[in-house]
Design a protein. Sequence first.
Length: 163
Amino acid sequence: MLRTGYWGGKCADLNALYVGLARAVGLPARDVYGIRCAPSAEFKNLGRGDDISGAQHCRAEVYLSEYGWVPVDPADVRKLVLEENAPTQLAVDDLKVRQARTKLFGAWEMNWLPYKYGHDLQLPESNGPEIGFLMYPQCETANGRKDSLDAKKFICIIKAKEI
C-alpha cells in the first residue's frame, strides 16, 4: 500500500497496514480476527445480525503500557466513508466519519466476537498448506482445500441470535 499508494482492500489489508506502521515505531500491535454478531447502534454498515455468514471482520489492537491492548479500527472508518451513505461516499471530514474515527480508535461497540490472533496457521488434520490467517470458515476434502472466498462455490451459513 505504501509503495503503490493504493489505499483499498479488505479489513485485513487495511488493519495490517496499521499494525505494521505501529510496530515500525516500536508499538506492539496485532491483528484480531472475528465476526460481527449484532447490528451497530450507530452505523448501518458496521454491524450485522441474524444471518452473519459474510460478517467476518479483522480489527487491530495496539498495546499501550498505561491501558493494555487498545482497539483500533481504521478499516471500519474507511468502510463508513465508502458505504454509510451509498452510493455516495462520505467526505473524510464529514461529522459522522470524524465521530467514527474518534470512537474506533480506542473503543468498539461490542457487536463483534474475536476468535483468533495468529498468522501462518496449519489447520488441524489438514494436508493443505498453512493459511495466512483464520477469519473465514475453511473446508478441505480429499480433493483439496476449498476457496473460502468464492461465494458461489463455498457456501456456509452462520447465524447469530441474542440470548
